[in-house]
Design a protein around this ligand. Structure first.
Ligand code: URA
Length: 434
């Protein structure tokens, strides 16, 4: 079919076959389609939507635009987790070793942070020496030998996504459920996994600002993921306030170590256990969530999760001494406390505002070219639901630059009111495979 005819059919929401869409995407990936026609496709798909069947075809075509890792020689069910991104979301870091320690292989390919959200790769790179740029054969070897490897996206995995994402960014077509679905799943399918747990976040610090749109995305990810042959579980979680008690790369590694020791904050520990339990169930080593949580609890208790993290750091050329000695992680030159200016109860903490404040301090990037300062960030000293006194510290800034403006931004992010409220549960819903 001529591209112009395919564009007309997508524009008019008329039927095209999955194979026709696949041929078009293959041609896009090979640079055989001019950018104006690719942009027209994106706009038509964004405005008119794509059926589930066509979204599956798009996802598979994007997956097949590059290398697809073959992990079929590893007999167990390989499971990964993807989060749609939030502030203080370091969950992959304690989660992956805990799940791997329960004998579920975790081949994890992660991303970098941009804007108000951080990225797993940047956090891992705050560990001195840690190498996230291993090649695919070494990645496969580590997954086979130790059930675990954490690397960055390589240019030969789902290259069509890179091209389409760059074009979506400049054509106002990022906010399209089918395009987001295909973008996320094509990269995950290229990892060679069998099952995927998705943490779809809802709230002002998240990509999806409200529960209804997070649910729509979660439903699409489950439907399309299953259509492409994966076992998929989506968990919708709240992202109005930051997760855990740290925002910033090395600070989040310290919190991850605390979670692995069973001494982490309540919310980040709870989410690690919930997502981990979902992964163990999909991985076939537990038959229900309670049984899975008990297994995860046992590897925290025995220290096997912490040992697995140490093993991972060593295998990826990082300094494993940080596990017992977190002071070896980079740190900022100065700390400054932010004080409450009233008595009351913390209702919520604006995660978007804190994410932006941490980015301005150097913990994140405004553009992909910015460099990260690994030691800086924000420690949250009081969480929603807690009582607070006038002049009590609510946050601690770890910084290398002046923080005059940042202090007031951080203070303003804490919503302190006179009456106590019930804090809404972190986990909103679960969808998909049992
Ligand atoms: N994350 C992705 O990988 N792709 C999108 O389109 C949106 C979020």
């Amino acid at each position: 079919m001529r591209v112009v005819d395919l564009l007309r059919l997508v524009r008019d929401n008329k039927d095209i076959s999955g194979d026709e869409l696949k041929s078009f995407i293959a041609a896009v990936a090979k640079d055989e389609v001019p950018d104006y026609q690719t942009s027209a496709f994106l706009m038509a798909a964004c405005i008119r939507g794509l059926s589930s069947e066509l979204t599956v075809a798009l996802t598979e075509a994007m997956r097949d635009s590059g290398k697809v890792i073959d992990l079929s020689h590893i007999p167990q069910i390989k499971v990964d987790k993807h989060s749609t991104g939030g502030v203080g979301d370091k969950i992959s870091i304690p989660l992956a070793p805990l799940v791997a320690a329960c004998d579920v292989p975790v081949p994890m390919i992660s991303g970098r942070g941009l804007g108000h959200t951080g990225g797993t790769l940047d956090k891992l790179e705050s560990i001195p020496g840690f190498n996230v740029n291993l090649d695919i054969p070494r990645f496969c070897q580590l997954v086979k030998e130790m059930n675990l490897c954490l690397i960055g996206q390589t240019s030969d995995l789902a290259p069509a996504d890179k091209k389409l994402y760059a074009m979506r960014d400049v054509t106002s077509t990022v906010e399209s459920i089918p395009l987001i679905t295909a973008s996320i799943l094509s990269k995950k399918l290229a990892e060679g996994i069998d099952a995927l747990v998705l943490d779809v976040k809802a709230g002002r610090g998240a990509f999806m600002k409200d529960e209804a749109s997070a649910r729509e995305l979660a439903e699409s990810l489950v439907r399309v993921g299953q259509g492409a042959g994966l076992k998929v579980r989506a968990v919708i979680t709240r992202m109005d306030s930051p997760l855990g008690t740290t925002i910033g790369n090395a600070l989040e590694i310290k919190e991850s170590l605390a979670i692995l020791r069973g001494e982490g904050p309540q919310d980040s520990t709870e989410l690690t256990m919930q997502l981990g339990a979902e992964m163990l169930c999909l991985g076939g080593v537990a038959n229900n969530l309670e049984n899975a949580r008990n297994k995860l609890g046992a590897v925290v208790e025995s220290g096997a999760g912490l040992d697995k993290f140490r093993e991972l750091i060593e295998a990826q050329q990082g300094d494993p001494r940080i596990v017992d000695n977190p002071e070896l992680l980079p740190s900022a030159n100065q700390t400054t406390e932010v004080l409450s200016d009233r008595n009351g109860f913390i209702h919520d903490i604006d995660s978007y505002a804190l994410g932006v404040a941490a980015m301005k301090m150097g913990a994140g990037r405004a553009t992909m070219e910015d460099t990260i300062d690994p030691g800086v960030g924000i420690e949250i000293l009081a969480k929603p639901g807690e009582t607070i006194d006038n002049n009590q510290p609510i946050a601690r800034l770890h910084h290398n630059r002046a923080v005059h403006g940042i202090r007031s931004e951080v203070k303003a992010a804490f919503n302190i009111a006179q009456e106590q409220i019930d804090i809404a549960p972190l986990i909103i819903d679960r969808l998909g495979s049992a």
